[in-house]
Design a protein around this ligand. Structure first.
Ligand code: UTP
Length: 299
């Protein structure tokens, strides 16, 4: 039986150029999804999956991400005095069992470079990686990171989250091909980052969550810079394929990439429409903006 997974690494150091100019001074991981920064959803997913030890990867200018998870005694006291208990809970989401620390990525040399910085934190345990700008909205009662942990418990291998995607969209993602080995679990036999049409290895895109063996650090050290002159996490992970040590979990859930304009806007509309306090108003505003949209989509 593999050891319990308790550690997660959350890369949140990137420039976020797709969301400029907003991200010039504000970290994209603090972009709100309705009223909560995207990275809080990410940490909540990790904690709900059994993670107790979290390492944030940050870079200069992104101190506000760390501040978001620090205690704010004056605000907490004010909310308590005024009986705003739900708001108090929303700013103190984790119990004292959950430890949050950070390291600073000095050179922004890609996701692989960010994960590399977690070696000392991870030591010799398997660990989860959750991208700090992406919400994985589970469509069952198991958070997506927990789905990966369960696949790891079954196979003993590293696991990547994947979702089925239309072929014409695959070129923007890391893609895999594989053969089924259990329900919703594949043995990966090919992996390509942002494939050209003739390189597409299968119909699944990697979906921002990973469960990795600590051997990834040795692989990252020998991985040269790849696409965009960055150290690509995919290039290190795919070295596990020839020895059959990489699985994929077809997730039950939807990915919302808040680091892209369309992802940010669509996620906010989707989450607002399912919030009973907001749905009526949003429906009305959408209908007023576009009778065409109203007729098609808004109930
Ligand atoms: P992205 O691929 O979205 O890159 O990173 P980016 O630089 O942040 O954003 P764009 O493409 O310029 O708009 C996915 C996740 O990995 C982190 C990001 O902060 C984000 O949460 N990341 C990326 C790092 O931590 N370090 C890096 O060097 C690059």
């Amino acid at each position: 039986m593999p050891r319990r997974i308790t550690k997660a690494v959350i890369p949140a150091a990137g420039f976020g150029t797709r969301m400029l100019p907003f991200t010039k001074a504000v970290p994209k991981e603090l972009i709100p999804l309705v009223d909560k920064p995207v990275i809080q959803y990410v940490l909540e997913e990790a904690v709900d999956s059994g993670i107790t030890d979290i390492l944030l990867i940050l870079s200069e200018g992104k101190e506000a991400v760390l501040n978001h998870f620090r205690p704010h005694p004056a605000l907490e006291a004010r909310l308590k005095e005024s009986g705003k208990i739900e708001l108090l809970k929303s700013i103190t989401p984790f119990s004292s069992d959950v430890k949050i620390s950070c390291v600073w990525q000095e050179e922004l040399d890609g996701l692989g470079g960010a994960v590399k910085l977690a070696e000392e934190f991870v030591k010799d345990d398997f660990f989860a990686v959750l991208l700090g700008d992406t919400v994985l909205d589970s469509t069952c009662d198991i958070p997506v990171t927990r789905q990966l942990i369960e696949a790891h418990e079954l196979t003993g291998n590293s696991v990547v989250a994947v979702e089925k995607m239309a072929v014409e969209l695959l070129g923007s993602y890391g893609c895999i091909g594989g053969i089924p080995v259990a329900e919703s679990v594949l043995l990966v036999n090919a992996m390509v980052e942002k494939p050209l049409p003739h390189e597409v290895p299968g119909e699944f895109a990697v979906a921002s969550r990973y469960l990795l063996s600590p051997e990834i650090f040795a692989l990252l050290k020998s991985t040269p810079r790849g696409k965009a002159n960055e150290i690509q996490l995919t290039d290190a992970i795919k070295q596990l394929i020839p020895s059959n040590r990489l699985n994929a979990r077809i997730i039950s859930g939807h990915r919302h990439d808040l680091g892209s304009k369309a992802g940010f806007l669509a996620a906010n509309i989707a989450f607002a429409l399912r919030d009973p306090k907001l749905a009526g108003a949003i429906n009305q505003k959408l209908a007023a903006l576009s009778p065409e949209i109203a007729a098609k989509f808004v109930k």
